[in-house]
Design a protein. Structure first.
Lengths: 121, 224
């Protein structure tokens, strides 16, 4: 096996280490928006992400289970109001995720492409 | 690269609160409040012998504009756009904005009373009273800084419109035969703000319906 190929395998295997909770596009979008604010309510997040109420609710539940998002529910008068914020763990995970993805993209961009029709040795 | 993307995201989120057009309408109404006494005076509806009407008209319009802003944000924007509390950097910028606006209001009030009691002479050959020159310069500078801190691009144009309004009115009065210069100038400066505000506001109402926060886990199960 060539050095080039060994390096490729090692870099790509890092994909397996990616946190799947945050890797899902909708959840990544949610956590990214929460990372730029101190807190935001459900409606704000729905508008920014473009997700439906049900979809957003599902993904937020997943993120809360993973400990990345804190959810505070209260009532304003008779209306429910949900405030969301990213946890320290969520912030750290996002940082590591972005760093991993950047490293992967950079290493893939730098590696030689396999030519069509070339035999594998 | 990561930092740039996050910054752009934060800016996008913050700027979404300008989608309601309420700031534009508010700015337009404030500028209109400066022009109405001048316009009414041109038509002979009020005079400056007593200071009641020249004070009362801007006061009524300013209070109306402020009420519209506060209740508009609370009753129209928040149910549609939601609430977000931004971080320390943004809070620090907003503090600068509040300070700048307080200074602007103070300068405006001082200049208003000085011009009312004719403390400053008319400025040189331009025929523009000094308070209005000062008003123009401070409007341009302060609103430009506010536009920078608030990432509100349209405010740069509004700063210019504010800056030229009063000085141009007096220059036209002194140096041209134009009838009703106040009416012309304040129509040309306030209409863009109010028109943009109305268009953006109507677009906002159609694009952002009132949403109900059903909370997490209260929705019906759907296919994912």
């Amino acid at each position: 096996m060539s050095k080039q190929r060994k390096g490729d395998t090692k870099d790509l295997s890092r994909l397996l280490e990616i946190d799947k909770a945050i890797h899902e596009p909708a959840r990544l979008m949610i956590i990214a928006y929460l990372s730029v604010v101190e807190s935001a309510d459900f409606i704000f997040l729905m508008n920014q992400t473009g997700l439906t109420q049900g979809n957003l609710s599902f993904h937020l539940s997943k993120l809360e289970e993973s400990g990345y998002v804190a959810i505070k529910k209260r009532f304003i008068g008779k209306r429910p109001h949900t405030m969301l914020s990213i946890t320290d763990k969520g912030r750290q995970t996002l940082k590591e995720y972005l760093s991993t993805m950047k490293g992967l993209v950079d290493s893939l961009a730098g590696s030689q492409p396999i030519k069509e029709g070339a035999e594998q040795k | 690269m990561e930092q740039l993307d996050i910054k752009a995201l934060e800016k996008k989120a913050f700027r979404s609160f300008y989608k309601d057009g309420i700031y534009d309408l508010f700015m337009g109404l404030i500028l209109l409040s400066f022009g109405l006494p001048l316009i009414f005076n041109e038509f002979g509806w009020i005079d400056y012998e007593t200071i009641t009407m020249p004070l009362l008209i801007p006061l009524i319009v300013n209070v109306g504009a402020l009420l519209f802003f506060v209740f508009g944000k609370k009753c129209i924007t928040v149910p549609r756009l939601g609430i977000a509390h931004f971080g320390k950097t943004r809070k620090r910028k907003l503090k600068h904005v509040k300070l700048l606006l307080a200074v602007s209001v103070l300068i405006g009030v001082i200049m208003f009373f000085l011009s009312l009691f004719k403390v400053f002479p008319v400025g040189g050959t331009t025929g523009i009273p000094l308070p209005f020159v000062i008003f123009g310069i401070q409007s341009l500078l302060i609103f430009s800084f506010v536009a920078y801190f608030m990432d509100f691009t349209r405010l740069y144009l509004y700063a210019f419109l504010f800056a030229v309004s009063l000085p141009l009115t007096f220059w036209l009065k002194r140096n041209t035969e134009l009838l009703y210069p106040s009416l012309w100038v304040f129509t040309l400066t306030t209409v863009p703000m109010l028109a943009v505000g109305c268009v953006v506001f109507i677009k906002f109402l159609t694009q952002f319906p009132v949403r109900k926060d059903q909370g997490i886990g209260n929705e019906q199960t759907e296919k994912r």
